[in-house]
Design a protein around this ligand. Structure first.
Ligand code: PLP
Length: 464
């Protein structure tokens, strides 16, 4: 009789190995819940191993999102597992901490203060920039509609003017029935340009979205120039068009690396700003922020009063229940790093981006489109001669993937779609040495794609 068949009560479950238990001796159920429970450590081990098939987040150079956190963040997230941030009456300290984060961000983005040192701004946490964009867009739509109604004019055809926006704005437009007037990229431009606005803005424009950190090119759009152009348009036509800044990434870069760049509430025309706490905000996944320069820019109609959880708490959100841990972790990173710490973290990323840009430029076949100077810590480049290179950037991505690197290749947005680019994002946790290894792998992949086998490349000294 085999050991596992022995009904020796002293052995009990101890006789079962993680990989020789009923659950692990067969393929995992994929369509139907198993009939019986299993031991937690067995289930954990099986799921843990399955997840190893996912890409390694630290080598994912496609994402803006946080992939590294202090141990203390892991601990706080664990402690907050049971905190529902919507229960503001049950968890008043979590609500208090959310409101401190809103104040900190309003201050960071230079919201006008009431004089007693408290900014007059309003804001809330969200699940990310996408939800924050929906809220920002809704406030714009509501305010435009109120104004049009009070003037006795049609409210049928609202539009929103923007450049190469992230998909969340396409969603906003479709879900909330607004025409998205997406201005095509001019040749060589990395985003919307101020002089293009006059051809797209009209009396039905609820707002202009300016992007601080265009997803595709990593560059900032010139928000102050947009504001000046919209001032001019208002003087000419009377249309008072507000700006919402989608600062998903740049909202946590510009204040630290480009403090003299005027893009935020210093511009009176900027009504609202969103940012992703879980990108360069350095909080773990699941938190974004929406801030309005003053409370009156957020229509009361959009704010619901929740009282069945106790208390009378205003909420503006698409979700109801949502974990509180990300908000706590965001507050932790604010306190942990302070302005000086954020500056050093982001500067290290920017320096590493420039280092990579130099390496890429020296490799030969590439033309840099963005060298990590002046906006997000990132590098983007294209093939100088795509037709004559003998390989595509998609081939290069595949080669890099063999070493675990995830470096996406994709076409630029409308009117520049013939240009395929590759983009590398540098963020907290992606160190200089890691990027030096990536550069070595890039050289090796180029050699393989243009001159022969990996063995040739290794003999040529590309192996590290
Ligand atoms: C990432 C991003 C978004 C979407 O943000 P999530 O936090 O992922 O929802 C929106 N706009 C821009 C410019 C972005 O970079």
């Amino acid at each position: 009789m085999a050991l596992h068949e022995a009904k020796d009560p002293r052995l009990g479950d101890a006789a079962t190995d993680l990989f020789a238990s009923p659950l692990s001796e067969d393929v995992l159920p994929k369509h139907r819940m198993p009939a019986e429970p299993s031991r937690p450590e067995v289930v954990y081990a099986l799921i843990h191993n399955e997840l190893l098939l996912d890409g390694n987040a630290a080598q994912n150079l496609a994402t803006f999102c946080t992939t590294w956190s202090d141990d203390e963040v892991h601990r706080l997230m664990n402690e907050c597992l049971d905190k529902n941030m919507i229960d503001k009456d049950e968890y008043p300290q979590t609500a208090e901490i959310e409101s401190r984060c809103v104040n900190i961000l309003a201050d960071l983005w230079n919201a006008p203060s009431t004089g007693d040192d408290a900014p007059n701004a309003m804001g809330c946490s969200t699940t990310g920039s996408s939800e924050a964009a929906m809220l920002g867009g809704l406030a714009l739509k509501w305010r435009w509609r109120e104004r049009r109604r009070s003037e006795g004019k049609s409210t049928e055809r609202p539009n929103l003017v923007c450049g190469p926006v992230q998909i969340c704005w396409d969603k906003f437009a479709r879900y909330f029935d607004v025409e998205l007037r997406q201005v095509p990229l001019e040749p060589g431009a990395t985003g919307l340009r101020a002089h293009q606005l006059k051809d797209y803005v009209d009396e039905n424009t609820i707002g202009v979205v300016a992007i601080l950190g265009v997803t595709f090119t990593c560059d900032y759009e010139p928000v102050a120039e947009f504001a000046a152009e919209l001032d001019r348009i208002q003087a000419e036509t009377g249309w008072d068009v507000p700006i919402h800044v989608d600062a998903a990434s740049g909202g946590f870069i510009a204040p630290f690396l480009h403090p003299d760049l005027v893009w935020d509430f210093r511009l009176p025309r900027v009504a609202s700003i969103n940012a992703s706490g879980h990108k360069y905000g350095l909080a773990p996944l699941g938190v974004g922020w929406a801030i309005w320069r003053t409370a009156d820019l957020l229509p009361e109609d959009l704010v619901f009063r929740v009282n069945y959880l106790g208390g009378d708490i205003p909420t503006f959100a698409l979700n109801f229940s949502r974990p509180g841990g990300e908000i706590i972790a965001q507050y932790y990173t604010f306190l942990r790093l302070g302005r000086g710490g954020y500056r050093r973290v982001q500067q290290a990323c920017a320096d590493t981006a420039r280092y990579l840009a130099e390496q890429v430029a020296a490799m030969g076949p590439f033309t840099l489109l963005y060298d990590g100077n002046g906006a997000l810590p990132a590098v983007s480049y294209k093939l100088t001669d795509p037709a004559g290179a003998g390989f595509s950037l998609y081939d290069l991505s595949d080669q890099l993937r063999m070493r675990g690197w995830q470096v996406p290749a994709y076409p630029l947005p409308a009117d520049q779609q013939d240009t395929v680019i590759q983009r590398v994002l540098i963020r907290h946790g992606v160190g200089r040495d890691e990027i030096a290894l990536l550069a070595a792998d890039l050289r090796r992949a180029l050699h393989r794609l243009t001159r022969g086998t990996p063995a040739d490349a290794d003999r040529a000294g590309f192996h590290h």
